[in-house]
Design a protein around this ligand. Structure first.
Ligand code: NAP
Length: 471
């Protein structure tokens, strides 16, 4: 059993204030393997005081020195990559081969991207005789999600400290151990005391305390719409800036002249990464009506080909869902879709064969319409719905007919054509013909998907304020 008692505050590991513990369960085995002592509002007070105390000196450091610090942190993470990967596999059941790249590897490269982007920030410019400077927004509250326990935190910490801010982090209670590596990496890299602080605990106590705290200037949260809206509401009382990275229900449009087979296979791959527990997953597959039957067959075959099972096995592609609540929630979505008569292509409620324990759900494909509840709600599991369209305008209308606006995909024979369609989709990013995401480009959403952008220079700029100096 792992027992984790400490918060990281002002450069020291200090025992959290409550006698209350959060138990950690391995989603692949359903065995409890650890517990984490919860923090309190008083712990948040101490962490915020430390962050306030460190702010003036850190915000005045040379950006080149902050870049060197970020590279030093990335170097340490590289050295400790195997430990960090093993932790995320145990905490949320992310398959190890994927975790190496999509969790640990990308978190390392994000830190390097922030370092490399620092020279591109326009720190000072002239407007007439005045000088406009960019300054650190101040003390940042950073609240992480469980589906990307390291990355949802490292994107915030990396960008905030690049900007010259100091940070108080609350990791998700579901997966708090993986993000704690970042605190220990910051310590080892010599990040000054108080610049990065971690407080464990629940959203309702520690998250609320951070958000409401008068010493916190800005709050950035990755999570559900409900939690994001609550943060915005509480932050509004003190007119704080917020950055909200929330959910999605993204559409993948496969136009008439696209390579249907490649588009469907790539789209299902995208939708099922991290067992579908990915905010930008392309979970609505939009295909020409004339090719619906072909798309259904291809999608079903692709879904069935996923190797599901033990996340520690290198060949596994689909692990368990991250926790019992998520397992019940995803099964609820599937069950409601079945009750509503949405056509099931493959998957469904049966437990995957040969897996007696663990929160496993079969890779599932439905075929229906955009007005099905399944097409409107974020499922956050390995579930895709195929939706037919009659012409391009209808495809765009369906893609935009969502409360969310996080991501999307367009497939066309001609890339320029795909780009024209993409520019009519109201989401924060669109992948053209399956092109991988460049992690230096901005990530974030329209509509219920949030406010603000993470990654690269855009991520840093979210943590900056303008100051106009006249004279
Ligand atoms: P969640 O349940 O909303 O929790 C997110 C974080 O908010 C957790 O740390 C949670 O604390 C905290 N929280 C809850 N209530 C709070 C409150 N009143 N005040 C302050 N903090 C509070 O979300 P999740 O289940 O961890 O993550 C899944 C969601 O995140 C999905 O909707 C997904 O799409 C979204 N997501 C978005 C992005 C993006 O970049 N747009 C990336 C990844 C995930 P606890 O520890 O108590 O849970």
């Amino acid at each position: 059993m792992i027992r984790h008692d400490d918060n990281y505050i002002n450069g020291e590991w200090v025992r959290a204030g409550s006698e209350d513990f959060r138990q950690l369960t391995n989603p692949a085995t359903e065995e409890v393997y650890g517990e984490v002592r919860r923090g309190t509002a008083e712990d948040v007070d101490r962490a915020v005081a430390a962050a306030q105390g460190a702010l003036d000196a850190w915000s005045q450091t040379d950006p080149a020195d902050r870049a060197a610090t970020l590279h030093a942190m990335a170097d340490i993470m590289e050295r400790r990559a195997d430990e960090i990967t093993a932790s995320v596999v145990r905490e949320i059941g992310m398959p190890v081969t994927r975790a190496k790249t999509a969790s640990t590897g990308v978190s390392i490269s994000d830190l390097r991207h922030f370092a490399d982007a620092l020279p591109d920030v326009v720190w000072e410019e002239k407007v007439g005789d005045s000088t406009v400077r960019r300054m650190a927004a101040g003390v940042v509250g950073a609240i992480g999600a469980w589906n990307g326990p390291m990355r949802s935190v490292s994107l915030k910490v990396g960008a905030a400290i690049a900007a010259g801010c100091t940070v108080v982090v609350k990791p998700s209670e579901v997966a708090p151990l993986t993000p704690h590596f970042l605190a220990s990496v910051a310590e080892e890299a010599g990040v000054p005391a108080g610049v990065v602080n971690f407080v464990n605990g629940s959203g309702s106590i520690v998250g609320e305390a951070i958000t409401a705290h008068p010493g916190v200037d800005m709050v950035s949260i990755t999570g559900s719409v409900g939690a994001g809206a609550r943060v915005m509401e509480v932050a509004a009382r003190r007119v704080k800036r917020v950055a909200l990275e929330l959910g999605g229900k993204s559409a993948n449009i496969v136009l008439e002249d696209a390579d249907l087979e490649e588009a469907v296979r790539s789209g299902i791959d995208d939708a099922f990464r991290n067992s579908g527990q990915a905010c930008g997953a392309l979970t609505r597959l939009l295909v020409p009506r004339a090719r619906l039957a072909e798309a259904e067959q291809l999608a079903g075959e692709t879904a069935d080909s996923f190797i599901i099972g033990d996340p520690t096995a290198p060949r596994t592609q689909l692990g368990p869902l991250a926790n019992a609540d998520q397992y019940e929630s995803v099964r609820g979505h599937i069950s409601r879709a079945l009750d509503a008569g949405v056509k099931l292509i493959t998957g469904g409620l049966d437990h995957p064969a040969g897996l007696d324990r663990g929160y496993y759900v079969r890779s599932t494909v439905f075929s229906g319409t955009n007005s099905d509840r399944l097409a409107q709600e974020e499922v956050f599991g390995p579930v895709v719905i195929i939706i037919p369209f009659d012409d391009e305008d209808e495809a765009i209308r369906i893609a935009n007919d969502s409360e969310f606006g996080l991501a999307g995909g367009v497939w066309a024979g001609d890339r320029e054509h795909a780009r024209r369609v993409a520019s009519r989709i109201r989401t924060g990013r669109v992948r053209i013909n399956g092109t991988p995401i460049d992690m230096r480009a901005p990530h974030g959403g329209f509509k219920l998907s949030g406010i603000g952008r993470e990654m690269g220079r855009y991520g840093i700029e979210d943590y900056l304020e303008y100051q106009a100096q006249h004279g």
